[in-house]
Write a new protein. Structure first.
Length: 173
């Protein structure tokens, strides 16, 4: 194996235990993708083909409003996942932009490869369910915060919870 997938293997091992054969299959379905700062990995109208794990760097998912304003949906830094989940899961055109905020290294799995993995190693159903549940939980907490707190309260709460992101992301986002 040319690429070092040890970090993603450790991430997976926090949730499910793999045999050597299962790990080898998983790794065979991954690709490493390098992204330059300001480069997009997802854009509206194009179907999202990859689920991306951040090995190094930072990304932002956002929606462009009717008046051109940007609405940040989420960030992702090392050891986090990012994609346009609706586009990826349903294989429909994306509505979000996902942009690198720094030069970034991703480990990606393509949609059809993930489906193959789920068929051949059913325990990955549990793994992807867990990370999807976490993403949903984060999104729900964000919605609740947006409707119940001021912008300042939201920022202070976010800064306290994710200081490693606040120090790397421009305040305008």
């Amino acid at each position: 194996m040319d690429e070092d997938y040890s970090q993603i293997i450790k991430y997976v091992a926090r949730h499910i235990q793999l045999t050597e054969e299962e790990e080898a299959l998983f790794v065979s379905l991954l690709r490493t993708y390098r992204v330059k700062k300001k480069q997009f990995i997802v854009q509206p109208e194009y179907t999202c083909k990859y689920r991306s794990y951040v090995l190094k760097g930072a990304l932002r998912a956002y929606l462009l409003g009717n008046n051109g304003e940007q609405y940040t949906i989420s960030f992702a830094v090392e050891d986090w996942w990012i994609t346009d989940f609706n586009s990826y899961i349903n294989q429909v055109p994306a509505t979000l932009f996902v942009e690198a905020l720094e030069d970034t290294i991703l480990i990606q799995i393509e949609y059809n490869s993930e489906q193959l993995l789920l068929t051949q190693v059913p325990k990955f159903e549990r793994f992807f369910r867990i990370i999807t549940e976490r993403s949903f939980n984060f999104s729900q907490q964000r919605v609740l915060s947006n409707i119940s707190k001021s912008a300042e309260e939201r920022y202070l709460e976010y800064a306290a919870k994710y200081p490693n992101i606040v120090n790397r992301v421009p305040n305008m986002h």
